[in-house]
Design a protein around this ligand. Structure first.
Ligand SMILES: *Cc1c(COP(=O)(O)O)cnc(C)c1O
Length: 462
């Protein structure tokens, strides 16, 4: 059957899928004999390369014990060890790990967790006293807290709750009739500022906008949900430094939970194990996915602080347990891969090398800054976006019909690099273990592809 496999976010008509036979390190081997550099880490999740011997061995060992058992009321030793490890390595007192199988589910669980928390909060002694908020806590602790604040351009996944939070037009507008409506904050972009805003005033400007919304809505808000530091799917939009910390302070002040979706930025992408650490922030709930298993197996986690968790503790008959749970949550094979991946991050210099590798990659990409159609090169760590624009001075975008980003990525494939763009942002997100030689190769192919596709004469409708 041709096209038996229906691909996500992909127009199937006329698709000739790229089929991979095997992979090794940062390289993919196609069935038709091509060797391609994995320039976006198999969609942002690969950390240590493919077929990493340490992770391979951990999964093989686990296969000899048990592949799957439920985590509804029982568990597996490997999964227990992973939960303890995650509690240990995540910021602050984040300590109670709820497992699921993908990033969207981690966000979905966080939304329901925050919601149920407030429903049960009034009677949960520990829950209300351990909140470090002050004056507002007694007035806004109520079951009226049923809404969420999310940012413009946000992306939190594709399940219905996660899509509701999302603010990317193409992905989300279509489904509007079946979604809930969040309170919508700004997109804290550092490339296109609102009128009168400068790089120096941006953080305060965006924080004020969000504060205004909190002031108006805190009594009905369960949580603020954000992608810390970098909004990935929006086009690698980087936030002004300091904004995350300001949001943490505002959430405390207005007694609203802070949910950080680190599905994309977690596990070293930005140069620290977790992006929140860059601003010494501990969210109330942390969502992890993609890199959790080193990009090996589907697994995600929603991690809560004690004041959240404790609001769910009661006699069975009170029905306060978290009403949510997935069949494959905490899968032992995935847990084994995750433990091995984390072990590598803890025992090698991979994590501290991200900052130097990032600087090296940016340096290699520098020739592009003079290109008339490269508006901006931005990112944190090994999460970089190159935005193509039709006019550098006005920062005007190309006509989307020109598919400039896609054409650059098609060209890169000819040069031996697999990339997937976000509209006209060429995403460069190699595995963290990429060597300088590999990064150099990647940068050269990206530069050549942009130069070829964005030659003034070739910028015509296809
Ligand atoms: C990818 C992503 C998700 C969704 O994860 P899936 O595993 O694709 O469901 C959620 N949030 C962010 C920030 C992401 O980048």
């Amino acid at each position: 059957m041709k096209n038996a496999h229906w691909h996500g976010f992909t127009q199937m008509a006329g698709l000739e899928p790229l089929v991979i036979e095997s992979a090794q390190g940062c390289w993919l081997q196609t069935v038709d004999g091509r060797r391609l550099f994995d320039g976006v880490s198999s969609l942002w999740c690969n950390v240590h390369g493919h077929r990493n011997p340490h992770i391979d061995a951990a999964v093989e060992q686990q296969l000899k014990k048990v592949s799957h058992i439920t985590t509804l009321g029982m568990s597996c030793e490997t999964t227990e060890r992973l939960a303890t490890k995650l509690a240990e390595i995540t910021p602050g007192d984040l300590g109670h790990v709820f497992f699921s199988s993908d990033g969207s589910s981690a966000v979905e669980a966080a939304l329901k967790m925050a919601f149920q928390y407030w429903q049960q909060c009034e009677t949960a002694e520990v829950g209300s006293t351990s909140l470090n908020s002050t004056s507002l806590s007694s007035t806004s602790l109520s079951t009226g807290k049923t809404k969420y604040l999310a940012l413009s351009g946000a992306y939190h996944g594709d399940t219905t709750g996660a899509v509701s939070l999302g603010g990317i037009k193409y992905f989300h507008k279509l489904f509007a009739p079946i979604l809930f409506t969040p309170i919508r904050g700004p997109i804290p972009c550092t490339y296109r500022y609102p009128d009168g805003v400068t790089p120096e005033t941006a953080c305060e400007h965006y924080a004020r906008e969000i504060e205004n919304l909190l002031e108006q809505h805190h009594h009905e808000l369960a949580a603020v949900v954000i992608e810390p530091l970098v909004q990935g799917a929006a086009g690698i939009i980087t936030h002004p430094e300091g904004l995350l910390l300001r949001l943490r302070q505002l959430c405390d002040q207005y007694n609203v939970l802070l949910i950080c979706d680190e599905v994309a930025v977690g596990f070293g992408r930005t140069g620290k194990l977790f992006a929140c650490e860059q601003e010494n922030v501990t969210p109330d709930i942390l969502c992890l996915g993609k890199g959790l298993t080193g990009g090996y197996l589907p697994m995600a986690a929603t991690i809560a602080r004690p004041h959240i968790y404790e609001a769910f503790l009661a006699e069975i008959k009170e029905s306060k347990q978290f009403f949510h749970g997935h069949t494959f949550a905490g899968n032992p094979l995935a847990a084994a891969a995750a433990l091995a991946s984390i072990e590598l991050l803890e025992t090698t210099t991979i994590l501290e090398d991200v900052t130097t590798k990032s600087a090296f990659l940016i340096e290699q990409l520098k020739p592009l800054l003079d290109h008339p159609h490269v508006g901006n090169i931005r990112g944190r760590g090994l999460m970089i976006g190159i935005e193509l624009v039709t006019d550098k001075s006005t920062r005007a975008a190309f006509d989307p019909g020109l598919l400039m980003g896609k054409r650059v990525c098609d060209e890169a494939m000819k040069g031996g690099v697999w990339l997937r763009p976000l509209s006209d942002v060429v995403v460069v997100m190699p595995p963290l273990v990429s060597t300088d030689d590999e990064l150099d190769f990647l940068a050269n192919v990206v530069i050549n592809s942009i130069e070829k596709v964005c030659e003034p004469s070739s910028v015509v409708r296809v």
